[in-house]
Design a protein around this ligand. Structure first.
Ligand SMILES: NC(=O)c1ccc[n+]([C@@H]2O[C@H](COP(=O)([O-])OP(=O)(O)OC[C@H]3O[C@@H](n4cnc5c(N)ncnc54)[C@H](OP(=O)(O)O)[C@@H]3O)[C@@H](O)[C@H]2O)c1
Length: 240
């Protein structure tokens, strides 16, 4: 049990699957107060027995949802200590070469992975700025750094997301807002299955394990100016 998280007010986009769900359930067990945002109502309803988790239905890629989502989240929690911009879209599966990528698909990936989180962050920041504290964790990927063929749209979105985090940090760190871009590493989740259907599950980390370790890492407050962390940097315990 990590007592740091008790009563912390946390918003997680994409809290119904994979890493986001694992973060929400772990935080629930730590008695944090958690809002999760996702589109599928049935999966949101699965959290009904978790008293510390408050589901909100919405699409971060839809600009008309953002003010309702941020308003409801602040209304439920009263303020925000942590925002996990975790939800993301891989692009059309199977993944394809840039030459075969529809421009509209690239647009949708950027809207979901970059513009949507930017809008949500902007909408929630005033609440953090009023408190003079808050942490925004933008979930990155090694695809942000490595140029993997066929991962073009997603990679570009994550690289831009990393740099967005660095600029946010430069602009707002002095006002008490911390921005982090964290690569969680390869995990056994539906997104990974869609990207690499024949991956060896033994090579992947379980999202529950990643969530617990990530929350441990965040609770010791990395004090440096480092914004982006590769999975090896933040998760020394599991580095191989
Ligand atoms: N899995 C890996 O190996 C891996 C590796 C590196 C980085 N990552 C990153 O880790 C994060 C979590 O990935 P994951 O594998 O856990 O994904 P996942 O299992 O596919 O879960 C994605 C979550 O995001 C939600 N979501 C997707 N689009 C949304 C939208 N437009 N609005 C609101 N919610 C939306 C989904 O719910 P709905 O569909 O109901 O909306 C779901 O709850 C992502 O940022 C991903 O890029 C993953």
């Amino acid at each position: 049990m990590n007592t740091y998280w008790k009563n912390k007010r946390v918003v997680i986009t994409g809290g119904t699957s994979g890493l986001g769900k694992a973060l929400a359930l772990t935080l629930d067990s730590y008695e944090a107060r958690v809002v999760i945002i996702a589109r599928n109502r049935d999966r949101l309803k699965e959290t009904v027995n978790h008293t510390n988790i408050h589901p909100i239905e919405g699409d971060i890629a839809n600009k008309y949802d953002i003010h309702r989502l941020s308003g409801e989240a602040i209304g439920i929690l009263g303020g925000i200590d942590f925002l996990f911009n975790n939800a993301s879209y891989l692009g059309e599966s199977p993944l394809r070469l840039l030459m075969d990528t529809e421009c509209e698909d690239l647009e949708q990936v950027l809207t979901t992975n970059l513009v949507g989180p930017f809008r949500l962050t902007k909408a929630l920041l005033p609440s953090m700025l009023m408190q003079h504290q808050g942490t925004v964790i933008n979930i990155s990927s090694d695809a942000a750094v490595s140029a993997y063929p066929q991962w073009g749209s997603y990679s570009v979105s994550k690289a831009a997301f990393d740099h967005l985090s660095r600029i946010w940090h430069e602009e707002l760190n002095a006002q008490g807002i911390r921005f982090l871009a964290i690569d969680p590493g390869d995990m056994h989740t539906p997104m990974h299955l869609a990207a690499i259907p024949d991956a060896d599950i033994d090579d992947l980390y379980q999202p529950d394990d990643v969530a617990r370790r990530l929350l441990d890492f965040l609770s010791v407050e990395p004090a440096s100016d480092q914004v982006r962390y590769s999975s090896r940097e933040w998760n020394l315990e599991r580095a191989i």
